[in-house]
Ligand binder design. Structure first.
Ligand SMILES: Nc1ncnc2c1ncn2[C@@H]1O[C@H](COP(=O)(O)OP(=O)(O)O)[C@@H](O)[C@H]1O
Ligand SMILES: [Mg+2]
Length: 258
């Protein structure tokens, strides 16, 4: 099982779209895939369902009653309505989690421990993170084998990336771990200076961690979400789908290399 965390401390950069798209391609390959929606806004959950879940049916339960959830993994996991694709939904109550968990011992490893038990059931797990450095993001960074950082190709992106890099370093040093990561330029529009220049800046500042492709701006992503389908299951030959397909293959190769 490979655990991927899709994270950036900025909202609206393509985290949820990247989560769904990568998961879609793995599911299409016949891999068993689990999505976990860690964002209180629940965009990943509402990608597939009409609404977010209640506290007891969501990932919130996993954090508030970890011992019970470890005894029986199944109740929280639902089908996403796509073959091989499963999801643990979010609920708005997740927004209050930081206040409830702060200071509790072992609170940063709740997800790691739960996922240890699900190891046999899934080939890939994707953690869709909120844009906030709190207990949810800390859990995701501790649990993942590989971090995927979608970055919108616009001017403020590089500043945001520096903040993300500081967060990674902080968690690496507090937990004594190394977090492998790949930066993915998103919403690239070659007709705009903002896209072209900011991609150039990323190449200068983050060459080692930067994926050598980019995800183009493509209106079909919004349409796919309207039909509750990953782009792989909606418009397989679109430009957006082809670039996420390549990303999925490249990431699989990188993850086998470490
Ligand atoms: N490559 C893309 N081209 C066009 N629209 C995109 C692309 N990636 C994401 N979007 C749209 O941008 C909005 C924000 O994306 P989302 O993945 O929800 O970001 P985040 O999870 O980081 O907040 C959504 O409406 C999504 O459909
Ligand atoms: Mg999101």
């Amino acid at each position: 099982m490979i655990i991927w965390s899709v994270t950036n401390q900025k909202g609206g950069v393509g985290k949820t779209t990247t989560t769904v798209s990568l998961a879609g391609f793995q599911a299409l390959l016949g891999k068993r895939v689990l999505l976990i929606d860690l964002d209180p806004h629940g965009s990943l959950t509402t990608y597939f369902f009409q609404q977010t879940a209640t506290a007891s049916d969501s990932v919130y339960a996993l954090f508030r009653q970890p011992a019970i959830c470890r005894k029986n993994l199944l109740p929280l996991i639902r089908s996403a309505g796509i073959k091989n694709l499963f999801i643990i939904p979010s609920s708005p109550s997740l927004a209050a989690l930081d206040g409830k968990c702060s200071g509790q011992r072992g609170q940063g490893l709740i997800l790691t421990r739960w996922l240890d038990l699900a190891r046999e059931q899934f080939d890939h797990v994707y953690l869709d993170c909120p844009p906030v450095l709190g207990v949810l993001m800390v859990n995701a960074l501790a649990a993942c084998n590989h971090l995927v950082i979608p970055v919108q190709t616009e001017y403020l992106a590089v500043t945001g990336l520096k903040r993300m890099r500081e967060t990674i370093r902080m968690i690496e040093s507090s937990k004594g771990i190394r977090i492998a990561h790949t930066i993915v330029p998103t919403m690239y529009d070659q007709r705009t200076n903002a896209s072209v220049n900011s991609l150039g800046m990323m190449k200068q500042s983050f060459r080692r961690e930067l994926w050598d492709g980019f995800i183009p701006e493509d209106t079909l992503f919004r349409e796919a979400s309207f039909y509750n389908k990953p782009i792989s299951h909606f418009a397989l030959t679109s430009r957006g789908a082809r670039s996420y397909h390549r990303l999925a293959k490249d990431l699989t190769r990188i993850s086998h290399a470490h």
